[in-house]
Design a protein around this ligand. Structure first.
Ligand SMILES: [Fe+2]
Ligand SMILES: [Fe+2]
Length: 269
């Protein structure tokens, strides 16, 4: 078991002040996890990794959707770029391909994206996609180049499923912590009672991720952290602790309130 600090949605380009990890780091946490949307600018994400590595032994990070806005790369090209650059800073970038093992805890993760289905009890896929095309910046600002959120969401689901399956018989691992940017369970969606907003929740979660729990026969998944929706949450569903610790935009500061890194135990207690 280890203690780790969690942050997401730092959106450093949308705040006037600079994040210095020493201001937020908790004693006993030797690992920092950042669950996406660090900045619209990859250079700022790399600065955060560099700064955080001064105070943490391990900095584990994934991309959100915002890292893709000005990258001029398609999502898979950006994954490769981030893997190379973050590794050169001795950080750990996760996109479903590597496992970070620390004291019997395995960290796995990937952006997760979305498949327009997680709110299907209330909305059809067709209206979700129409609404996304009309209102989501992702539809306009990401260089999809023949790919799509659903395609990558499926890919990330398969990669994480395989990793959870492999870890079942790995005796060096008692606890699995999964990191995604989008929500992995429909009970985590932030509904507001507004049609356009609630329809857009289909772009806030990956409906396939709930199936990963079924693969976890030995109940090793203890914690699942995510971000994307700027609403902090700490909720246990079927013995798994789901935590969102989004900082959000400076313009939302008055709604979101005081924010800091949160410290989490990898065994979920
Ligand atoms: Fe965000
Ligand atoms: Fe996001």
């Amino acid at each position: 078991m280890i203690y780790f600090d969690l942050a997401s949605d730092l959106h450093t380009d949308l705040w006037r002040d600079n994040i210095n990890s020493i201001d937020f780091s908790n004693p006993l946490s030797s690992t920092l996890v950042i669950a996406g949307d660090t900045s619209n600018y990859v250079s700022e994400l790399l600065e955060i990794v560099k700064n955080s590595k001064k105070y943490y032994e391990n900095v584990i990070i994934i991309d959100g959707n915002h890292e893709h806005y000005f990258s001029l790369k398609n999502p898979y090209m950006l994954e490769s770029y981030l893997a190379r650059e973050i590794t050169s800073l001795n950080g750990n970038y996760l996109c479903g391909k590597s496992v970070i093992k620390i004291n019997k805890t395995a960290f796995i993760g990937a952006n997760g994206w979305y498949d327009f289905k997680i709110n299907e009890e209330n909305f059809t896929i067709q209206e979700n996609i129409k609404n996304w095309n009309n209102f989501s910046n992702d539809s306009r600002m990401i260089l999809w180049q023949g790919s799509s959120p659903t395609f990558i969401a499926t890919d990330h689901f398969k990669l994480l499923s395989n990793q959870v399956n492999d870890l079942q018989n790995d005796n060096s691992v008692d606890n699995i912590v999964i990191i995604t940017h989008t929500a992995p369970h429909k009970k985590l969606l932030p509904y507001k009672g507004d049609y356009s907003w609630d329809c857009l929740t289909s772009a806030y979660g990956n409906s396939m991720m709930e199936n990963i729990i079924k693969i976890d026969k030995k109940h090793k998944i203890k914690v699942w952290v995510y971000g994307h929706s700027h609403s902090k949450l700490d909720k246990t569903i079927n013995n798994i602790r789901y935590v969102n610790n989004a900082r959000g935009y400076e313009s939302e500061k008055h709604i979101l309130g005081k924010w800091s890194f949160v410290q989490i135990k990898s065994d979920g207690t």
